[in-house]
Design a protein around this ligand. Structure first.
Ligand code: XMP
Length: 510
């Protein structure tokens, strides 16, 4: 398989670079600069290397550097931002601080003829974000682009196939960024594009067939995208030797438990055990109003339920985790099994006896996981599912969770989701749901006064959920949702729309 190495120097767009390469059907992996040697790079057969950006200055002693021998091993290199400065520095070029004229944002790029700029017009817009810049190109390099404040916006040694760009071709604001990256990956590195999700599925199935032959494998299925795709993929490899446990804690959205069971058991043919633990969770949540307590109780109870089921199943050999590539990268290690406490209900591995963990999706980005899901025939509504927190609706009911409140929240949430979908906004809105506030207000219905709950609509747009903006849902859509909710859901007397970004708020209300 053709591979591009994204050598990580700590830049903020590193994942984006890998994704852009993968969009060209070429596998790219991100490895920190201090976790790999030149010899390993050669032996791993990379077709090209991209040095990422980074926040440092090359002259700082503590700044990340790399063995300059890498420029002479015959593997094409593209340095981006800090990566470009590092290439220049390694070759003896001069780097300066741009001081007060540091460039940030859209900048006019004037490009000269270069293999990297094939198909890029002389004048175009690029995205800059730097304080240092290359003042003079190192020996053997020519300057292939400039900007008003950057005398070496791009440098190239075409004999050795070493290139550097000060700007960021991976962000969409760089008009011809896609073409520039494709010139590097396809033309300069000679990648043909052999990374497809169909191949991924076939290779994984073959691999797990061999690796897990006659093993008993256990998977905690939440109904979320990652665990569903991981389970179906493994089921394809080892059939009923995979046992999936789906704990329905009663905090799921309308009809969710039934639809997960129907799809996974009946349509996908999984060996699925559904545990109906709704009452058990509700009992534990009685009288609890504090969000963190709710989370803890749900996490602990989840483990208890799982333990009970595991006892019946007996010893298992392997446990499946739905870890995906961003989790692996964020661990900073690139090789450890990572379980994000925030996203994993409980710490299952501690309570179940098993020999090893398998993480079938650990090399994939979320959109690739979805593509694999489609490839496996998982229905679109499951594959395209928005994120849903482990503690479920319990953290969307402010105050105590009761059966009645869960019903009210479920109905309002289902209506809001229907209206967002009907308006065609479900793809661009990353997460949208309703929250049952603990607030009752006065209203009027017919001739009678009412004192109903206030429900809040929440919809956000975000790349990574670390920050988020509130979605500009058109008033007509909000109006229709509000109308339907107050008409169709008994006990709701008022609807408000949350227009707070994260920060200062969080996406969830609790
Ligand atoms: P916040 O509210 O922290 O949410 O801005 C960011 C993302 O994380 C989800 N979230 C959770 N997921 N367990 C989870 O598995 C949790 O306790 C939890 N809290 C928030 C939230 O839905 C959003 O996608």
């Amino acid at each position: 398989m053709e591979k591009i190495l994204v050598l990580d120097f700590g830049g903020q767009y590193n994942q984006l670079i890998a994704r852009r390469v993968r969009e060209m059907c070429v596998y790219a992996e991100i490895i920190p600069f201090n976790k790999i040697t030149v010899a390993e790079i050669i032996s791993m057969g990379y077709k090209g290397i991209i040095f990422t950006g980074g926040p440092n200055s090359v002259y700082d002693e503590a700044s990340p550097h790399f063995d300059k021998g890498i420029l002479n091993v015959g593997i094409p290199v593209l340095g981006i931002c800090y990566g470009c400065q590092l290439i220049a520095y390694m070759g003896g070029g001069e780097i300066c601080s741009a001081g007060s004229i540091s460039e940030y944002g859209k900048t006019q790029l004037t490009a000269k003829e270069s293999r990297l700029f094939k198909g890029v017009p002389v004048n175009s817009v690029c995205w800059m974000s730097h304080t240092d810049y290359v003042k003079s190109a190192p020996a053997g390099f020519k300057i292939t682009a400039i900007t008003p404040n950057c005398p070496c916006a791009s440098i190239a040694d075409e004999k050795r196939n070493i290139y550097g760009v000060q700007f960021h071709p991976e962000v969409t604001h760089t008009e011809y960024g896609g073409i520039i990256l494709s010139n590097f990956v396809r033309d300069i590195c000679g990648c043909s594009g052999d990374w497809t999700m169909a191949d991924f599925v076939n290779t994984s199935v073959e691999k797990f067939k061999k690796e897990l032959e006659s093993k008993k494998v256990l998977c905690a299925l939440s109904g979320g995208v990652d665990s569903s795709v991981a389970a179906v993929l493994l089921h394809k490899a080892i059939g009923s030797n995979l046992i999936c446990v789906f704990v329905d804690h009663g905090l799921l959205r309308k009809d969710e438990g039934d639809s997960v069971e129907r799809v996974m058991k009946n349509e996908m043919g999984l060996n699925l055990i559904r545990v109906n633990a709704q009452d058990r969770f509700l009992r534990k949540l009685t009288g609890i109003t504090e969000p963190e307590k709710k989370r803890k109780i749900i996490g602990t109870e989840f483990i208890r339920v799982f333990e009970d089921v595991a006892k019946e199943i007996g010893k298992v050999d392997v446990l499946v985790q739905g870890t995906i590539y961003p989790d692996v990268i964020e661990s900073g290690k690139g090789d450890a099994a990572v379980i994000k406490s925030h996203h994993n209900v409980g710490g299952l591995p501690d309570v179940i006896e098993f020999e090893s963990i398998v993480e079938p999706l650990r090399s994939l980005f979320k959109d690739e996981v979805r593509a694999v899901g489609r490839q496996l025939g998982i229905p679109e509504f499951l594959v395209n599912r928005q994120p849903f927190p482990g503690p479920g609706l319990a953290i969307r009911i402010i105050g105590e969770v009761t059966k009645e409140k869960l019903e009210i929240l479920r109905e309002s949430d289902a209506i809001f989701r229907e209206e967002i979908s009907a308006a065609g906004l479900d793809k661009e809105t990353n997460q949208y749901f309703t929250v049952l506030t603990n607030c009752r207000t006065v209203g009027v219905m017919g001739d009678a006064g009412t004192y109903g709950y206030t429900v809040a609509l929440r919809a956000v747009t975000t790349d990574d959920f670390m920050t988020a903006d509130w979605s500009r849902i058109p008033f007509e859509v909000l109006g229709k949702a509000s109308n339907r909710i107050t008409n169709e859901v008994r006990s709701i007397g008022r609807v408000v729309y949350d227009i707070t970004a994260k920060p200062p708020a969080t996406v969830e209300w609790e």
